[in-house]
Design a protein around this ligand. Structure first.
Ligand code: GLY
Length: 367
């Protein structure tokens, strides 16, 4: 399967890049750059929304002015609150405010907020417009773009959700200055994996260019396969193991950190299956390491646990013969590979070093 190379329309307006997600009747723009949140009043005006509910964990002082009467609903960021109970809480707050389909919801926060608020917006009154203002690197590069909304169940991540495209996404890079090193590290995980799904090597580019490249790649993929029927699977590069690591560590490893380790593993697995050569396997390791991300598995988690969790993850996709499914690099680029024998998966897991929870400067355990 050929991979796209950021073919979405993009253009500069001042310091703010505009990238179109070209969907037939519900396309929208992603605006990336310093101060992008100040575009909110014009986005709200263009939508014709009379009032908005802003859902956020940020203090009021950090919230963008929507330019219309607004009610703020307090959110909790983080995987543990990405639940159906939180969706119900938001919807009940919408009812109390009297939100109608002529109004809009604005999600200001990280990926767990945009995922959960997006699902609430999709369900409330069978769908109200939502504008995403992602404030973390991870949400700007990936989570807020493409219309996937979901919450977790105790049994696994993102198991209940729907597609609900936002009306616009405002990626204000000024927000990133306030992020913790762990938050930045997690975002770099989604940037690192872009090298293997069509964006090329983004090392050395300014951060806003890395974000724009990741968004342009995603926009091009989503425009061709909104509903994950084929091509969109490539965006899950590194995610099958990544989700298992998040669950195995009770989310102590952040999403992007776990995806980074999953990306190194995907390279090794592709090598073990003869799909890529040693140089390409090494490139996975080098690119992930370049961003200071973990190239190891969490110590104290056995391969059996990871395999079981991968089977349960919808990205691991159980197959009748008991084999697993991964997105893997190969001669034609990344593609979904079915029927990967469990024995090969276990060998590749066993060959990975183990190490501590990621922090800036963390290193794998000595062999
Ligand atoms: N984050 C993967 C996707 O949006 O398809």
């Amino acid at each position: 399967m050929n991979t796209p190379s950021g073919t979405a329309n993009s253009g500069a307006a001042g310091d703010i890049r505009r990238i179109e997600v070209a969907l037939r009747d519900h396309g929208y723009a992603v605006h990336i750059g310093p101060g992008a949140r100040r575009l909110l009043p014009s986005v709200v005006r263009d939508l014709g929304a009379r009032r908005v509910v802003v859902v956020t964990a940020l203090p009021d002082a950090d919230l963008p002015d929507p330019g219309v009467p607004c009610h703020v609903v307090r959110a909790r960021d983080g995987e543990r609150d990405k639940t159906l109970a939180t969706v119900e809480e938001y919807c009940r707050a919408f009812v109390r405010f009297g939100l109608t389909r002529s109004d809009a919801v604005v999600a200001v926060g990280g990926g767990t907020v945009t995922d959960t608020v997006g699902l609430a917006a999709a369900l409330y009154h069978r769908g109200v417009p939502v504008i995403h203002v992602p404030t973390t690197l991870l949400a700007q590069v990936d989570a807020s773009v493409g219309g996937k909304t979901a919450v977790n169940l105790p049994e696994g991540k993102n198991l209940v959700g729907t597609y609900w495209q936002p009306a616009a996404v405002l990626c204000d890079t000024d927000h990133l200055a306030t992020l913790s090193p762990r938050d930045m590290l997690s975002g770099y995980g989604e940037i690192a994996r872009c090298a293997f799904i069509g964006a090329g090597d983004l090392r050395g580019l300014p951060l806003h260019e890395q974000i724009a490249a990741g968004v342009a790649l995603k926009a091009a993929v989503v425009a061709r396969d909104e509903r994950d029927q084929g091509l969109r699977h490539i965006l899950n590069y590194g995610h099958t193991l990544g989700h298992a690591i998040e669950r195995a560590t009770d989310y102590a490893w952040r999403h992007g950190e776990a995806v980074a380790a999953g990306t190194v593993f995907a390279g090794r697995l592709a090598g073990a299956l003869g799909r890529v050569d040693d140089r390409r396997v090494a490139e996975h390791q080098e690119i992930v390491a370049h961003f200071g991300l973990p190239t190891w598995l969490p110590s104290g988690v056995c391969a059996q646990t990871l395999v079981s969790l991968m089977r349960r993850d919808k990205k691991g996709l159980d197959t009748a013969d008991g084999a697993l499914t991964f997105v893997l690099d190969g001669p034609d680029g990344a593609e979904l590979v079915h029927s990967v024998p469990e024995s090969v998966v276990r060998s590749a897991l066993a060959a990975m070093p183990t190490g501590p929870e990621p922090t800036a400067g963390a290193r794998p355990d000595p062999a």
